[in-house]
Design a protein around this ligand. Sequence first.
Ligand code: TXA
Ligand code: MG
Length: 289
Amino acid sequence: MAFPTETVYGLGADIFDEEAIEKVFTAKGRPADNPLIAHVADADQIKLLTDDLTLSAERLLLAFAPGPLTVVVNKSPAVPLIATAGLETIGIRMPRLPAAREFLAACGVPVVAPSANLSGRPSPTTWEAVLEDLDGRIDCILKGPASEIGLESTVVDCTGEVTVVLRAGAVSLDQLRAIEPGINISNNTSIDSPRSPGLKHRHYSPKAVVVIGFPAVHGGKSGFIGLQIPNGEYEITRICRDVAEYAHSLYEFFRECDRAGVGIIYCEPVAESGLGIALMDRIRRASEA
Ligand code: TXA
Ligand code: MG
């Protein structure tokens, strides 16, 4: 079942139901070596997932849960390996969107959920985008609002001596450092990184070619998204008020461009601070695909 969260929509399954989890991988066409995040309604459910909540994980959860943060810790034996793609660690997140919290509380178990898109497509930020990708492949969608943040959660590995950010998100590096001063950003987000298997897979990409920057000349069908009004004519233009609105709009803009058959999408670069780090990370990944 797909459900809304403040980051993006997720495709959920009971973490203790291996058959249901397998269906999640199948519906998305997701590689079996990409681990899933477990979503919880409250602190009690975390105890079902790990016997080894490290001090850094605890501090970060206290500061940022419920919210757009995922902590990676050692998993308890009860968590099936299909959920973690064979890893002995598990990502745990407590969403803050009220509809997500009510859904998870009603489930009564932790719910594993990747983003509810076909593997390789931009994450869905509306229920309509979930339907676009997964109609006929899943049982149902819990309709909610458009995802407020629009980018996936910050993923932090709390298992090592040094706490490491594996994926940038709306909880920014500065916010994390205020709680955990020693935290590092993973310098290896490349395809060889064993710590976050998801990063090696093609990600976040529309069918169109994504180019970072303002075009000198351009012809044919193109789209533009950014903060400033560009020169020239575009098939679709999206001018955002600030970086938060840009992040909120990015994936839906990618999908809109695909629906319109746009060949090239120009994305204005933003300063890499705060949410800008996560936004530029996703734009860069889309441009590399
Ligand atoms: O905001 C989000 O995180 C959304 C919503 C639905 O909660 N979920 C999401 O899931 O983005 P997904 O599966 O699309 O991305 C999960 C990321 C992947 O890059 C995966 O490799 C990483 O988290 N991850 C999950 N478990 C991990 C683990 N045990 N160790 C390292 N990385 C892990
Ligand atoms: Mg995803």
